[in-house]
Design a protein around this ligand. Sequence first.
Ligand code: NAD
Length: 287
Amino acid sequence: MTAKKIDGKAVAVAMTEETRIRVERIKAATGIVPGLAVILVGEDPASQIYVRRKADQCRAVGMMSVEHRLPSDVTERQLLDLVQRLNADPAVHGILVQLPLPPHIAAAKVIEAIEPAKDVDGFHPTNVGRQVVGSGGITPCTPMGCMILLKQELAELAGKDAIVIGMSNIVGKPLARLLLQEECTVTVAHKATVDLEEKVRRADIIVSAAGAPALVKGSWIKSGAVVIDVGINRVERNGKKTVVGDVAYEEAGHAAAITPVPGGVGPMTIACLLQNTVEAAERALGL
Ligand code: NAD
């Protein structure tokens, strides 16, 4: 394996330290502690782990973290009422609703209820629209983390052929837009894409966010490509439960650089969330 292993964890640690310093500055200037409210509905084990990690890291940088755990049978109205209360609470600078929500709740309706200035996930249509037209807006955390890692590896993104596998609103679509903004030539692939292999083979930048283990084979990867693996897949290997990405990592030695799973994009997502929250607090406080 000669490909460089992109250490997302180390980059995330450095970013988090910068956020900690910004939190200190806010406290010194205003006496106010930046606050993130996290809403978790139901008992999904993966969501519980993510929420706990987010809360722990929030506290580690000196921010206030308030968790709202609601039962899976909570009504949409009750959830919307909670979002409204948090919108109006001056101690809360960021609001995050952990997805997925149970099927009886319309996630889009809940996201639209969040005050755009507090939407630190960057999923509200106002933020999405502002990002698309380039007039500010909060950038979604995982795509932001991918772009930071890519920019570390490539001095110039303009002119590169990039493929994004996956077209979800939270990863694939915003990532494609961010790459386009950097003047990459972007292909967005998805479940209905015909001949994915041929499209991946052309790419200088491969980002996979499909949630499909070993989807991207080593033989598909162009020599010297940079590979960002967003996928998180729980699989069983040799009788042991383990987490893998979407890319056949062991076959990707001829890539220039690749993110491991775990330890690549995952830690960057939380680091970007903390950065978005501290920025939301700075804006709310006029700093
Ligand atoms: P999603 O299910 O909403 O979307 C998956 C997308 O991938 C869809 O657009 C689908 O068309 C496409 N897809 C699925 N299988 C495919 C295939 N075989 N070929 C081509 N395209 C295919 O998922 P999501 O929420 O965008 O998440 C994607 C993956 O990224 C998941 O594994 C998720 O766990 C992971 N994820 C990781 C982080 C992180 O911080 N590292 C954050 C968010 C999501």
